[in-house]
Design a protein. Structure first.
Length: 451
């Protein structure tokens, strides 16, 4: 049985791990094929060490160890954002802030994600989806990853920031592409500090400058019209602590940037992989259509329908298991630790790979198979905690989890009611591990309108 933590910090050996090259360590292996590299890591046990670009990493591959890091002792870890490689993305936002700054922001922002608020957003989610799908023509070839990215960006901007981003969508898309390229683990350039003026770094810096300028303009417009809006940006601008201090300009900007990216990209990827899987599993698509016909008929989905859309929820959960958009969480040990009987030195980077635990045969039957029917109450009761954690866990779990699930459970029926897809791309796409788990090439599908 795995033990999460035992012994004093100076007890125990260092974790085992694969051999590496002098100076480079395992850098070339993880850049060559991240998925094969994690398979190799798993052959060494549940607590494994390796080195990348001079940094010590430790990967935790058992649910109990993940639970320890996220839930039992989160104060012994800090978020790690790749700063040793010079990668800076919204450091003063909710995703990467720490300590009192994080607690103050979390307390402020969670008011925008109450159940009542989320329910008020769902009509807009469905309306934007209907507009998007309605604009597609019969037989048209659509790169669904791009189309869903634009769809979810429009939804997020309308619901959380009360703006229409059609004119600015290219800025967000360009920045997201630059960020993905900058963080792509397949490229050794990811390990070059951001201050080095490589073409990739310069493109990333320009893109971040453009998106921050867009956000600052939006903030200026809002400050010129106080009291006219009731959304997340209004909350960020109006909040004050007990001493009357509001969020700094840097905090407001970084939080808007964080939600523009994290709030739309992960959901768009979840939609992409869901419809990829449905296109390659016609029997699942048929069952999904039957449920939509029985529950919805010709009506659009509403909040009241969600409890009855059980199979839809199973499809979404299974898609998130096979293709978790946030494929791994990254932490850094604040102090010397012992996990699973192995010593983890202070400063070690700690990786919690959802994609690996979600496919571990110890916890899943036929883990490589797309089987929504596996998601029964009995299965979930028997599943170890943190064998499945697409939204993270513990106090720093994804604040937008309920928003994202409500969005997916409304969008999947809305899209499926109107169209089917004939997959034109590889049914088993090559993936790249950047900030998120992304298809390396566009996922192209032919649109087939439903009667």
């Amino acid at each position: 049985m795995a033990r999460s933590n035992a012994g004093e910090p100076d007890d125990g050996p260092l974790p085992p791990g694969p051999d590496g090259l002098p100076l480079l360590g395992n850098t070339l292996s993880i850049a060559g094929d991240t998925f094969d590299f994690y398979e190799e890591l798993a052959s060494h046990g549940d607590v494994v060490t390796y080195r990348v670009a001079g940094q010590r990493f430790v990967t935790l591959l058992h649910p109990e160890h993940v639970e320890y890091a996220l839930l039992e002792a989160p104060e012994r870890f800090r978020k790690w954002r790749g700063q040793e490689f010079g990668l800076e993305l919204a450091p003063d936002g909710l995703l990467f802030s720490e300590g009192e700054q994080w607690r103050r922001q979390r307390s402020t922002i969670q008011g925008a994600f109450t159940l009542e608020r989320i329910e008020s957003y769902t009509d807009a989610m469905v309306e934007v989806a209907e507009e998007t799908v309605g604009a597609w023509n019969e037989g048209e070839t659509v790169a669904v990853d791009g189309a869903f990215s634009h769809l979810t960006l429009r939804i997020l901007a309308r619901t959380l920031f009360d703006v229409d981003v059609d004119d600015e969508a290219d800025v967000v898309t360009r920045t997201a592409a630059a960020l993905a390229d900058r963080a792509d683990s397949r490229s050794l350039q990811v390990f070059i500090p951001q201050w080095v003026p490589t073409p990739l770094n310069r493109r990333f810096d320009r893109a971040m400058g453009d998106i921050e300028a867009l956000v600052r303009d939006l903030i200026s417009e809002r400050r010129a019209a106080p009291g006219e809006y009731d959304d997340l940006l209004a909350v960020l601008l109006a909040t004050e602590d007990d001493e009357g201090r509001g969020l700094s300009d840097a905090e407001v900007v970084d939080n808007v940037v964080t939600f523009l990216f994290a709030g739309h990209e992960t959901t768009s990827l979840a939609l992409t992989y869901t419809f990829l899987l449905l296109a390659t599993h016609p029997e699942v698509r048929e069952e999904l259509d039957r449920e939509h016909a029985d529950v919805l008929g010709d009506d659009r989905p509403t909040v009241a329908d969600l409890p009855d859309l059980e199979y839809t929820e199973r499809v979404v959960k299974e898609s998130l298991r096979l293709y978790p958009p946030a494929y791994a969480l990254f932490r850094q040990a604040r102090e010397d630790l012992v996990v699973g009987g192995y010593r983890i030195p202070a400063g070690s980077k700690v990786t919690l790979p959802q994609f690996r635990l979600h496919a571990d045969e110890r916890f899943w039957d036929e883990p490589q198979e797309f089987r929504p029917e596996r998601w029964t109450d009995e299965m979930e009761a028997d599943l170890p905690d943190y064998a499945y954690f697409p939204f993270g866990g513990g106090p720093r779990h994804c604040i937008g989890m309920r928003f994202a699930m409500a969005e997916l459970k409304h969008l999947v029926p809305t899209i499926a009611q109107q169209v089917e897809f004939d997959l034109l791309s590889d049914p088993d796409p090559e993936l790249r591990t950047a900030i998120t788990l992304q298809p390396a090439e566009p996922v192209e599908m032919r649109v087939l309108k439903r009667e």
